[in-house]
Design a protein around this ligand. Structure first.
Ligand SMILES: Cc1cc2nc3c(=O)[nH]c(=O)nc-3n(C[C@H](O)[C@H](O)[C@H](O)COP(=O)(O)O)c2cc1C
Length: 650
């Protein structure tokens, strides 16, 4: 074994993909890399392992803990140290014979010429938002006849472009000059990723905020980008293999398993790019992201817990609670109901279920901050339900396994995968409920068909009932993907024409009547909202209590179990949709309570009740009905009011 450095030996395993002569060519080349953070550090190490021996490197920044997810030099020993020094050391420990010229002040007008002097290729790894420096360095590369390559980490893939001497320039491709700063970011982003392969899996769009100069990044993207950039550099230096240069671009995404070659003749002037820019301005530069709270000070312990708790679900996203922070580790919850305005909130039971859901969420969330939530009931009568919560610190508390699912849990109203639940999945879901509750499963095709019929019939009751009209009219935020206080249209699970029909109908009760009378207006929405999703599920389920639940406290307790069940579903990667209205109409009819003045609607509701009684083993003790399916998290969902808007008024 040879333990001293020997260039030929060190890079001998490259031989085969490169000839020995080619390796010697690589050895003579000089590469400039601006920026040694996210992708630049990986570029440097990967190029060093390719056998490049001469570098011009610039970076003025220091490593910090938040760089750990992706930056090659970030580790607990390098916090606060110069990225440039650390990366030079790392590269030299691969090849101690490297010839490196450093630019510790970063690149600027004064040193850019020197930075590119005698350089054979420029590899771009400047911070995404460092556009002024990027424009200048690409322009100077072009002037000096230096090939420039950019492989950007995009999600879990890489999008790459080469700017070769004599071909389309950076400015011709991106067309940044003359635009505002934010518009330039958008144009750069659109030019880098014309194929936009990453778009379908951005789970939290609020983290991509060009206007606030922030965007997420992964090690998968950085490592892929480094591999790709190095392959481009090798091809350029060896004049071998086809080099794709702008306006051609390539995008490989390891998450979506896709690879796309893009072609944008005339660069930014291409009609597709112009259209993308116009649309992007609306989507990315105006705030259509799910709102994220602007944090201008460190949140307190109570605020941190409440910031989780506010993601608890409530019927129609009513968020029937307000918080009053009483001191640094305690707060009061003022619960309310929608029973006076929402026909589905019979005696406030739906709201009470949501109150239990909130309390369970607080209990779980508290563990994230090594505290136990001590919850006491201050008052519980019809109109005044109050709980006090004290967060008691305890270093021995470990985080509850459902904490990571509090924010991502959401309703899935669309069709889901139907592969049967395994015994293990069912057992875990059953265990999620507290003692005194069990689950009745509906899994066979015929069981699902019966539930589909029930939901179809029940939806007719809902949609032809004047008393529910105002609820429906006010609860949907049309054409929206996210909604702070309502259900956004895209989360409903209907296609565009049906959504428009519904929007038109919900403008006035007369329209609903007209549509029902002359063109069976509710049939299309009911097929899409009720029949198809009922069949496209793994199973429906009824949560059944051992004894009939009656009091407000009973409903609150049941709500706690339902949240545990829902979060467990999310943990298992399963989608979940409550189907609560058959339970509610059953309750109305059993109790002989009137919910509509329309006798036809009552007749239809009775028909629904027969179906319900025939399906569930114990209608009186059934607390909750829902469906579960194999599904990714929905792309559209209700979000929540920010914490300051959830504070109780004095
Ligand atoms: C007690 C309760 C009953 C609900 N009933 C229904 C229902 O019958 N149908 C439905 O699609 N969603 C139902 N939901 C879901 C809410 O509309 C949803 O949780 C809320 O809009 C927030 O959205 P998110 O869960 O996606 O965060 C119910 C939620 C709760 C807590």
């Amino acid at each position: 074994m040879n333990n001293s450095f020997d260039y030929d030996l060190a890079f001998s395993r490259n031989i085969g993909w490169f000839s020995e002569d080619e390796q010697q060519i690589l050895k003579t080349k000089r590469v400039a890399i601006a920026g040694l953070g996210g992708v630049g550090g990986s570029h440097l190490l990967t190029l060093t392992r390719l056998g490049i021996t001469k570098f011009h490197l610039s970076d003025f920044d220091q490593f910090a803990c938040e760089n750990s997810n992706r930056q090659a030099g970030a580790n607990i020993h390098t916090y606060d140290q110069n990225k440039l020094d650390i990366m030079v050391d790392m590269a030299l420990s691969i090849n101690p014979e490297l010839d490196i010229k450093v630019f510790p002040e970063g690149i600027n007008n004064e040193n850019m010429d020197e930075f590119l002097t005698d350089v054979d290729c420029y590899v771009d790894s400047l911070d995404f938002f460092a556009l002024e420096a990027r424009k200048q360095v690409f322009a100077l590369c072009y002037e000096k006849g230096i090939p420039a390559t950019t492989a950007a980490p995009i999600g879990m893939g890489t999008a790459y472009l080469n700017f070769m001497p004599g071909k389309m320039t950076f400015e011709q491709y991106f067309g940044l000059n003359g635009y505002t700063e934010n518009e330039q970011y958008l144009k750069f982003f659109l030019g880098l990723t014309p194929a936009a392969l990453q778009r379908p899996y951005l789970v939290d769009p609020s983290k991509l905020d060009l206007a606030a100069k922030k965007g997420p990044s992964t090690i998968a993207g950085c490592q892929l980008a480094a591999g790709v950039a190095v392959a481009q550099v090798a091809k350029i230096f060896l004049n071998r293999g086809k080099i794709v240069s702008a306006p051609w671009g390539l995008h490989f995404d390891a998450f979506t398993n896709q690879y796309k070659k893009t072609w944008r003749p005339w660069g930014h002037k291409n009609p597709i790019q112009r259209l993308a820019f116009a649309l992007g301005k609306k989507i990315l530069l105006t705030n259509t992201n799910p709102p994220e709270e602007v944090i201008d000070k460190e949140p307190t312990l109570v605020e941190q817990v409440l910031n989780y708790a506010r993601w608890a679900p409530s019927g129609d996203n009513s968020q029937c609670w307000r918080f009053e922070i009483t001191d640094q580790n305690s707060f009061v919850i003022h619960m309310s109901t929608t029973q006076d305005s929402v026909v589905y909130d019979l005696d406030g039971h739906s709201s009470h279920l949501a109150h239990g859901i909130l309390l369970k969420t607080i209990e779980i969330a508290a563990t994230k901050f090594k505290t136990k939530a001590l919850i006491t009931q201050d008052c519980i009568d019809d109109k005044d339900i109050r709980f006090s919560v004290v967060l008691e610190g305890d270093d021995n508390i470990s985080q509850h396994p459902l904490v990571p699912y509090i924010r991502s849990r959401a309703v899935q109203r669309r069709s889901m995968g139907t592969k049967k639940l395994s015994q293990q999945e069912k057992a875990e879901l059953e265990l999620a409920l507290p003692e005194g509750y069990s689950i009745q499963w509906f899994e066979s095709f015929w069981d699902k068909w019966e539930i589909a019929k029930l939901n179809f019939c029940n939806a007719k009751t809902r949609l032809t009932m004047k008393e529910a009209f105002e609820v429906h009219k006010n609860i949907i935020e049309w054409k929206a993907q996210f909604s702070e206080t309502k259900i956004p249209e895209h989360a409903l699970g209907v296609d565009w024409p049906t959504a428009r029909l519904m929007q038109w109908m919900f403008e006035s009760w007369n329209r609903v009547q007209f549509a029902n009378k002359y063109f069976a207006g509710t049939v299309l929405p009911r097929i899409q909202l009720d029949v198809i999703p009922s069949l496209r599920s793994c199973a429906h389920f009824a949560v059944v209590a051992d004894s009939e639940i009656k009091t407000t406290a009973d409903y609150i307790e049941a709500g706690k179990g339902i949240q545990n069940l829902w979060l467990t579903c999310t943990k298992l990667g399963l989608g979940f949709q409550p189907e609560q209205t058959p339970v509610i109409f059953s309750r109305y009819l059993t109790a002989g309570r009137k919910f509509t003045a329309d006798s036809d609607v009552i007749k239809n509701a009775e028909k629904g009740k027969h179906l319900f009684d025939a399906i569930v083993n114990n209608a009186n003790n059934t607390v909750f009905l829902g469906r579960i399916g194999r599904s990714q998290l929905p792309k559209s969902r209700s979000v929540r009011l920010p914490l300051d808007k959830l504070m109780a008024e004095e």
